[in-house]
Design a protein around this ligand. Structure first.
Ligand SMILES: *Cc1c(COP(=O)(O)O)cnc(C)c1O
Length: 349
């Protein structure tokens, strides 16, 4: 008894650190850039950055400049921070002042960055993005040489340093990823013709970095696997376990069922009805998911305050976030990033 009467996401720092170590081991010569978007995949940015620093991480990837500034505040001046979302001029200024490296996928954005750097007397650190087939954001191959020429000119005038070339791949099929890599390598070659080759070359995220070493650049941008979230429909990963578990207390016993204090308003999709959760007596089935509670098949001597684990590493018989996600055709990250503000994050190790 005496557990919290509201749900908690429990964060295991030792597991997060050992996942990071396993990922770095696997990456070999490719340097880890830890991806922190969506509040560190729902785990909480501050905990993720502080714990990763303890694990020796020196490079962080944040979706936008706002998040990047937050990382800089937590981590201090020694680490590399990369933000890849296209930013407003105010955000560009902030990035320049806080030494945040910028991912740039359009010539228009490149020109705005150069203009702001000239005004501030700063040197923008830019990673130029080639579109290798996703058509989201990225300079098209036919426009690449001209974009590189503009970046090199700004480099000569002191407004820019071209520190990286990058892209993002689909990780949908090996053939598509191979084609994307060919475009990427050609873009790197073209950059090399116009000056020194940038140190940061990055194309792959968790799955491709782990399973397809030949696609890795000098840097790998990894989120999911460091948090212990395996790919949906993907295999288990050696040395990687979920760093978070979602726990909620029994608030009422009704006949043969336990009523547990977590529900769809907390971000647990009601389509997960039928899922398995962990209880003090092992795995049990969830029969309904309501707004603030769920009904779980009972166990002998169940009592108010008993803890039920919705997802985690499996210690109570629960599933992982990815296994739950697979039931509703999504990815494990989605299960974590949906969790609502009522759920407290608590560091347990
Ligand atoms: C989310 C993201 C990543 C990390 O992907 P994971 O599969 O979580 O490792 C890397 N790069 C970009 C651009 C991303 O948006």
């Amino acid at each position: 008894m005496g557990g919290p009467m509201r749900p908690e996401l429990r964060l295991d720092s030792a597991v997060f650190r050992s996942n990071i170590a396993a990922v770095r081991d696997r990456l070999g010569d490719s340097a880890l850039m830890l991806v922190l978007k969506d509040d560190a995949y729902g785990h909480g940015l501050r905990w993720a950055v502080e714990t990763a620093l303890e694990a020796g991480v020196t490079s962080f990837g944040s979706y936008d400049v706002r998040g990047g500034v937050e990382v800089r505040r937590i981590a201090g001046g020694e680490v590399t921070v990369f933000a890849w979302a296209t930013s407003t001029d105010e955000e560009i200024d902030e990035a320049l002042l806080q030494d945040i490296e910028l991912g740039v996928g359009t010539v228009e954005y490149l020109r705005r960055i150069i203009a702001r750097a000239e005004i501030l007397g700063a040197r923008a650190r830019v990673h130029l993005k080639i579109d290798t087939g996703l058509h989201r954001n990225g300079v098209r191959p036919e426009d690449w040489a001209a974009a590189v020429a503009e970046a090199r000119e700004a480099e000569r005038s002191g407004a820019l340093a071209l520190v990286g070339v990058w892209s993002h791949i689909a990780e949908a099929s090996d053939a598509e990823d191979d084609a994307a890599q060919a475009l990427f390598l050609e873009a790197v070659r073209v950059v090399g013709l116009s000056g020194p080759r940038p140190a940061s070359l990055h194309l792959t995220a968790s799955a491709a970095s782990w399973w397809r070493p030949e696609l890795r650049g000098t840097v790998s941008r990894i989120g999911a696997f460091c948090y212990g979230i395996r790919s949906a429909d993907g295999p288990e990963l050696d040395g990687v376990r979920p760093a978070a578990r979602l726990v909620a207390p029994v608030v009422r016993v009704e006949g043969e069922s336990a009523i547990v204090a977590v529900g769809s308003l907390d971000g647990v999709p009601s389509t997960l009805t039928g899922m398995t959760v962990g209880t003090p007596a092992g795995s049990r089935t969830v029969s309904t998911i309501d707004v603030a509670t769920m009904t779980v098949e009972g166990w002998p001597e169940m009592a108010v305050g008993d803890e039920v684990t919705l997802f985690g590493p499996g210690a109570q018989g629960e599933e992982t976030a990815t296994t739950l996600a697979e039931r509703i055709d999504t990815v494990g990250e989605e299960i974590l990033t949906r969790l609502g503000p009522r759920i407290r994050r608590r560091v347990v190790d």
